[in-house]
Design a binder for this molecule. Sequence first.
Ligand SMILES: [Mg+2]
Length: 303
Amino acid sequence: MARVPRLRAVVTDLDNTLYPWVDYVVPSLEAMVDSLVATTALPRIRIVQALKAVYTTYESNEYPFAIQESALFAPYAADFDSFNELVIRPAARAFKAARERYLRPYPGVVETLDAIRTRGLKLVALTDAPRNAAELRLKWLGLDGHFDALYTLPGYPLPEHVDPRIRRREAEGHYRSRTPVVELPREAEKPSADGLRRVLADFGLGGGEVVYVGDNAQKDMPVAEACGALGVWAEYGTYVSAEYRERLAVISAAAVTRRHVAEEPGRRPARWPLAISSFRQVLDVLDGRRWARPPARRRRRRR
Ligand SMILES: [Mg+2]
């Protein structure tokens, strides 16, 4: 019987692979916008467009200082203390309340991550999120400490005007994960395989010893293929309801939506032969119970 190569590590994407990003970001952003409408009485359309402009600059809908950096709110910033108390903090609280309610790992993720490490495999997260957002995400999801390392894109610095409590907590390391973090250069964004190559080098792994799990068949699976790793497509991560897709399009920067939500409705979706319908099935892959035979030519190249 053909044996599965001895696998020594699982490298996994985060967004839509370990947790449903859209399910959390849509209600959280909407709650924040509701708060800003209530506290400033500015038209919703102006608020949404002002925030989207900042999110586009930072390529993240979770950039936490979007309110104070947007031109729309600049007149309030002349007195930062009142702006902070009456506008920024209520908006941040609204976002946080929705986030705490809706940000959850997919079923079975925590147990599966534990089971992977119990088997003696290395476990690494590789994400296109900025460092700060990725670290906070791990903490909020209760997944910090489950990984041997977290590889991210570059983080962002604190802005000049910021709540002094935030500056103090940042200095105290409050926002940092326990998981060791490696910040990759911006050019390492997937489908570049530079991030996974760096993981292989840092952990002394061969591509054939690694399972790489990700939801985006066009961005994640080419990474696995380029390194000779076994690509496992988290197909469940691509299921986004039409309603959430529409609500996301209103409030999310288009570039960020493209990064997170793999396929547009109506386009033939990209697929990958080794697909799983739950993160739990990564264990089946490790056990050789779920296996898509790669084409012979490609298989030779992997050795
Ligand atoms: Mg993803």
